[in-house]
Design a protein around this ligand. Structure first.
Ligand SMILES: [Zn+2]
Length: 257
């Protein structure tokens, strides 16, 4: 096993101790599309010990130009099922778990116990939901959005900044569906997110918290924007959950309103 990670263990920022941390880490990837697949795959290759992945969809032909987990033979199959098979092949010694469904339906089964949640969705309502789960369960998460040749990624904390601190709920950002997307941009932003996750898992999350990386591959600019917690934030500061209370059978204690 050690041989597999030699080039990683000799990194100053990793070492034997860091590799052990990755082995004992658990992550949840929400969405098995372009960004979810790429994030899950590189984290599996790096030896993250447990990877959980959630997705409700089947593989469509229009996915194949950018979703590296799938090929023609996967058309019509559930993404979660095929993504798990691929991750198992990539690294048979890690634990991979999948849940078929939307995060809103399966979060209670998959979110508790993970160290970090990664956003592989292309959907603001799912991200708002992940944000509430993050605050409710005290799990940090990484927001990642890509459209065209442009995207951004940022580590968010249940203690702030959270998504609500800097993004209005009514906002409708550009998506792959409306703008199209370069597979190159989707993978590049996925690597930014996965690298941020690894730094967090290695104990260097503080330097990443609230630092939004903004990449524009058309003009080759990469910038950083620092997001600070908003003291009046209705979610992380006032704990007014709106989404995780709206699903039937929810028995958690919801505060505020
Ligand atoms: Zn907040």
């Amino acid at each position: 096993m050690r041989e597999r990670f030699l080039r990683q263990i000799i990194l100053k920022g990793v070492g034997e101790g860091g590799q052990e941390k990755l082995f004992s880490s658990k992550v949840l990837v929400v969405g098995a599309g372009a960004t979810g697949c790429a994030q899950a795959e590189v984290l599996a290759r790096m030896g993250v010990g447990e990877i959980r992945i959630v997705d409700p969809d089947t593989v469509e032909e229009s996915n194949l130009h950018r979703q590296f987990c799938y090929s023609d033979e996967d058309l019509g199959a559930f993404k979660v099922e095929r993504a798990l098979k691929r991750l198992e092949k990539i690294h048979p010694h890690i634990k991979v778990l999948g849940a078929l469904g939307r995060i809103e339906e399966v979060w209670r089964d998959v979110a508790p116990g993970v160290d970090i949640i990664l956003d592989g969705t292309d959907c603001m309502s799912a991200r708002e939901f992940i944000n509430e789960v993050s605050v409710h369960l005290s799990i940090p998460w990484i927001f990642t959005g890509v459209a065209g040749s442009f995207g951004q990624s940022v580590l968010l904390s249940p203690d702030g900044p959270c998504l609500r601190c800097f993004m209005e709920e009514s906002i409708t950002p550009l998506t792959c569906d409306t703008e199209g997307v370069y597979p190159t941009a989707a993978v590049a932003l996925s690597m930014v997110a996965a690298h941020t996750a690894v730094k967090y898992l290695l104990g260097r999350g503080k330097e990443e918290l609230g630092v939004m990386k903004v990449l524009d591959m058309e003009h080759w600019t990469l910038s950083r924007v620092k997001i600070n917690p908003w003291r009046e934030c209705s979610l992380h500061a006032k704990r007014r959950f709106r989404r995780i209370s709206s699903f039937k059978g929810d028995d958690i204690n919801i505060e505020g309103g």
